[in-house]
Design a protein around this ligand. Structure first.
Ligand SMILES: C[S@@+](CC[C@H](N)C(=O)[O-])C[C@H]1O[C@@H](n2cnc3c(N)ncnc32)[C@H](O)[C@@H]1O
Length: 300
């Protein structure tokens, strides 16, 4: 059975094609780069389809495709429309994106503060390439790669402190584009629950929701105007169980707290506690280690 499935996935992909190393093309709050060694230990041995419905920077996806050279069809989605538009442009039109990014980079460097706030305030009708270039430029130069909008849906994160930000990393963008095309990435905007209706037996699903804050001062779940509170965490748990019952391989990361531990008590045998650094707090002293949980419904 496993041999047959391997054969069918070999037919669909050119297994000889090597995807050059690539990384998230956005800096994203809650990005998973530092947890990749721990996530690696939990990659299921065989799967044809991969779902990542809280995509953000997609660190794990790029790791699976370029570091591990795994071949699968990817379903990548997020509630953030600007982010998914940027992914689509990188996938389908990367060469058109490079030049406007170079222009933003040059103009930003002449007067960072003035250029940042001017670009942030622009609300004219952009086409998708311009929208993606604006989004990436703001992301690379804003405070900590945060994405936050005001009541009118306008991006309102202040400028970050960067001496020489790399706005146009053309080589990585091209490699990201290859990785997305090679995995035939379906790029969708939507709530995770809707997207996961499509998941089937043996699909691999990685869930990286906005974390439950570990203290009242650590609230950083406002990635968009819709927050993610305890009732959202409970709803997500129900989706996790449903996927488990369907026979999917589900892996979830979250902050360590009694609330999350109790919610996933049924899976306690497959919960791994890991140490992680969270670089979101502005105070250096608050960037020290804390625990995160990797929860799955299969033995790692
Ligand atoms: C912790 S971040 C994911 C980080 C990602 N794993 C990485 O490596 O960069 C959580 C993501 O979930 C998205 N999100 C928040 N609520 C959502 C929802 N209800 N449905 C889908 N995506 C959601 C946010 O826009 C954000 O990009």
């Amino acid at each position: 059975m496993q041999q047959e499935r391997l054969k069918s996935s070999q037919n669909r992909f050119d297994l000889n094609a090597i995807i050059p190393k690539c990384y998230p093309f956005v800096k994203w709050a809650g990005g998973k780069t530092q947890l990749l060694p721990e996530l690696d230990a939990l990659i299921p041995s065989l799967f044809d389809r991969y779902f990542e419905p809280f995509l953000g920077g997609g660190a794990f996806f790029f790791y699976l495709v370029s570091e591990k050279q795994l071949r699968f069809t990817a379903y990548l989605s997020d509630i953030n429309d600007e982010l998914i538009t940027a992914y689509k442009v990188v996938k389908n039109d990367v060469e058109k994106l490079v030049e406007p990014l170079r222009i933003h980079e040059r103009q930003y460097k002449t007067n960072p503060n003035e250029y940042y706030y001017k670009l942030r305030a622009e609300i004219r009708a952009f086409d998708d390439v311009e929208r993606a270039a604006r989004f990436i430029t703001l992301n690379k130069t804003c405070y900590n790669g945060l994405y936050r909008v005001n009541k009118n849906g306008l991006f309102n994160v202040p400028i970050g402190r960067y001496k020489n930000p790399l706005i146009c990393d053309a080589e990585n963008l091209r490699n990201v584009s290859l990785a997305l095309r090679h995995s035939k990435a379906h790029l969708l905007v939507g709530r995770y629950g809707e997207i996961l209706e499509e998941a089937q037996t043996d699909d691999f699903i990685y869930l990286d929701p906005p974390y439950r804050p570990t203290s009242s001062t650590a609230r950083f779940t406002s990635y968009t105007d819709a927050g993610f509170d305890d009732s959202d965490q409970q709803e997500l748990y129900q989706v996790f169980r449903k996927l488990d019952r369907k026979g999917c391989k589900v892996l979830l990361s979250n902050s360590d707290s009694p609330f999350i531990q109790e919610l996933y008590a049924e899976y306690r045998d497959n919960i791994t506690e890991v140490n992680a650094l969270r670089a979101i707090n502005c105070k250096g002293s608050k960037r020290t280690g804390h625990k995160e949980l990797l929860i799955c419904n299969y033995a790692g």
